[in-house]
Design a protein around this ligand. Structure first.
Ligand code: AMP
Ligand code: MG
Length: 249
């Protein structure tokens, strides 16, 4: 596969799709996900890790609420990775990540992830190129470890929004009382670094694609939710899980 060029990928749903139709389909998929999650938990052979990355305001929080909010909370865990604490910085960059990897039977969501350590850190020169490439190799090995040794299905999503949509959403944060809490003073300064972010994301897609990324057109929430729900449903269905029956004495 050639290098993914984000500028060449649409941030919007294909024109022919009908929003209301897709929303109905997503609702059906989510109820199937409920069944599949129950089975995942009951069988407890596999685990699932959903990695969500994207620029500020790409809609990670909303996606978590809409697609995963209706699943059984006993089987879903969410971890939002923030700027590392002093304790976290005292360890290797995967230490805080590995602690949050899913147990068998569980779906774990990463709202941001180990990828921040080769993205935001690179853009802000906290991590040079050589270190970033070493980290990307470590990430590939780490993901392989989870997949191979804990039957973890890893789904990686990049929520792909346009600069224009991001700007609209950031401005909305300033005006809308229910969204102001999300606003961060650095948001507009970060948005100006778009070309730098685009480059480091593209490097990441190139180097860390053994477990593939899905680039999700994310300007419209209904389409983004559909794509993620569908990918998860297909991945869970492919596990061919079975209820274990009565426990043996
Ligand atoms: P939010 O997702 O809006 O709650 O913001 C979390 C912030 O933490 C974002 O600005 C991330 O870029 C930042 N962050 C997360 N992980 C790291 C990391 N490993 N190194 C530096 N900053 C990080
Ligand atoms: Mg933020």
């Amino acid at each position: 596969m050639g290098r993914i060029k984000l500028e060449e990928i649409d941030t919007r749903a294909p024109g022919a799709l009908q929003k209301e139709q897709v929303k109905l389909e997503t609702a059906g998929i989510i109820s199937e996900l409920n069944e599949l999650q129950n089975l995942l938990y009951a069988e407890s052979k596999h685990s699932v890790l959903v990695v969500l990355q994207g620029m500020d305001a790409s809609g990670k929080d909303g996606l978590i609420r809409k697609v995963f909010g209706n699943l059984n909370p006993q089987g879903v865990m969410v971890h939002s990775f923030k700027v590392p604490t002093a304790e976290e910085l005292g360890h290797d960059f995967l230490w805080r990540i590995h602690k949050n990897a899913p147990a068998k039977g569980m779906i774990q969501l990463f709202n941001r992830s180990h990828y921040e350590d080769i993205l935001v850190t690179r853009v802000h020169n906290l991590c040079d190129k050589e270190t970033a490439y070493k980290r990307m190799r470590a990430i590939n090995d780490f993901e392989w470890l989870l997949a191979e040794h804990n039957n973890t299905t890893i789904l990686k999503f990049y929520l792909h929004i346009s600069e224009k949509e991001q700007s609209l959403r950031l401005n909305e944060r300033l005006d809308d009382k229910t969204k102001q809490w999300k606003y961060n003073e650095s948001d507009f300064a970060e948005a100006k670094l778009w070309p730098e972010y685009r480059k480091v994301y593209e490097d990441c897609f190139e180097e860390c694609n053994k477990i593939p990324w899905t680039i999700v057109p994310a300007d419209q929430n209904w389409y983004k939710e559909y794509i993620v729900a569908k990918k998860l449903k297909d991945a869970l269905s492919a596990l061919k899980m079975r209820y274990p029956g009565l426990k043996k004495a």
